[in-house]
Design a binder for this molecule. Structure first.
Ligand code: M6R
Length: 366
């Protein structure tokens, strides 16, 4: 059942190219020009009437929602807030009939996410669910459902479900953009072409898993480390940090790179590993200056950057290169080495990778 892999998690990491292809599937027209999201029944008029969007989820799905916020805001310029479901449901969120609520849940059974969905509906919002389980509670109660076709995810640590959720956000963002006309046809086609390349690019970087394994064995001896990034890189940093904590039990924190100097820099000392996500080109110069700040205090910096980025390569101790794509789509590539990092660090520490302590695959209690 693990198809020759030692663990479900590794199998699921390697299933990502297929999960991307299946989730895009027939949702892109044959000419590669338009998104065809027929399961979203919102009419153009209803889309025009959206004033704001709330994305609500837990854990890794919440991190997909952080990327979703930047995707939608960039493509359609509608204000988006992303919330943790357990906070959202109790904070009296300001929901109107013009609010679109997007709930994200691999299992579709997470109690807090389901409660948030109900709260949104009670307040008159339209709800779209992004879920991996057809017929799940979340899918039954939402108005529209975008199924991620990642296939069953067994490992407690979510991998292919997260990346399929990213694909769902790209599709939804483009669908809204083409309806509202906020992106021209050429820009939509360019993004679709880049999306279609992602599966092959993931295959390419999985071919370099050995480099990550070696680095993971190094960090496995540490008790603390940091992830830094700006913009979409910050969202991916948060997911990388959660993945690492969840299965390797190494303490880590993800920081918006520009926020370090407001306190956290005090924790940077000789030899501490810092993992810098540096794919967002418009922010690169700023990220490089944050890398210099930590290096000056003795940090060992490992960067994830697009191939051929010499500026980053010369500023850090080690770089893992990912294939080039649009900055908007970079999370769908940059998270993969972080999943492998968590996997190999957990393995190096002798942990139960697929069933980490204290955790359950689906949290159906509050
Ligand atoms: O099934 P869901 O997507 O609603 O689950 C949400 C979280 O419990 C889940 O993503 C959790 O954070 C994962 N174990 C992370 O790897």
């Amino acid at each position: 059942e693990k198809a020759g892999f030692d663990h479900f998690m590794l199998k699921e990491i390697y299933e990502q190219p297929k999960a991307y292809r299946d989730t895009m599937g027939s949702r892109i027209d044959e000419a590669g020009q338009r998104i065809v999201l027929s399961e979203v029944k919102l009419t153009p008029q209803q889309i025009w009437d959206i004033h704001n969007i709330h994305i609500v989820a837990c854990g890794t799905a919440y991190h997909a929602g952080l990327v979703g916020k930047s995707v939608i805001e960039q493509l359609v310029r509608i204000p988006v807030e992303t919330d943790v479901a357990s906070e959202y449901r109790y904070r009296s969120p300001i929901i109107t009939a013009h609010t679109l609520v997007i709930v994200v849940s691999q299992s579709g059974e997470t109690a807090d996410t389901l409660a948030a969905l109900r709260e949104a509906k009670r307040n008159g919002a339209r709800v779209i669910a992004i879920t991996n389980v057809v017929g799940s509670s979340v899918s039954r109660e939402a108005d529209d459902v975008i199924t991620t076709w990642a296939g069953p995810e067994i490992a407690v640590a979510s991998t292919k479900a997260y990346t399929s959720q990213l694909i769902a956000f790209y599709l939804l963002g483009l669908h809204l953009a083409q309806t509202l006309g906020t992106q021209d046809a050429a820009a939509i086609q360019e993004t679709i072409a880049a999306l279609q390349k992602l599966p092959e690019q993931v295959e390419q970087l999985l071919g370099h898993a050995e480099e990550i394994k070696q680095y993971a064995e190094q960090i496995a001896t540490h008790d603390d480390l940091f992830f830094i990034g700006r913009g979409a890189d910050y969202a991916v940093a948060q997911e990388g940090s959660l993945k690492l904590k969840e299965i390797s039990y190494i303490h880590s924190e993800a920081y918006a790179a520009g926020e370090l100097k407001h306190g956290t820099l005090a924790l940077i000392e000789e030899g501490i590993p810092v993992i810098a996500l540096a794919t967002q080109e418009q922010l690169l110069e700023k990220t490089v200056s944050n890398i210099k700040e930590v290096k000056a205090r003795g940090a060992q910096v490992f960067a994830i950057a697009f191939e051929g980025n010499h500026e980053i390569a010369k500023s850090v101790d080690l770089v893992f290169e990912i294939p080039r794509t649009l900055p908007l789509l970079a999370p769908a590539l940059s998270v993969v080495p972080l999943q492998l990092l968590a996997y190999y660090a957990s393995l190096a520490r002798g942990n139960d990778v697929d069933k980490p302590r204290n955790l359950a695959k689906s949290v159906t209690v509050e």
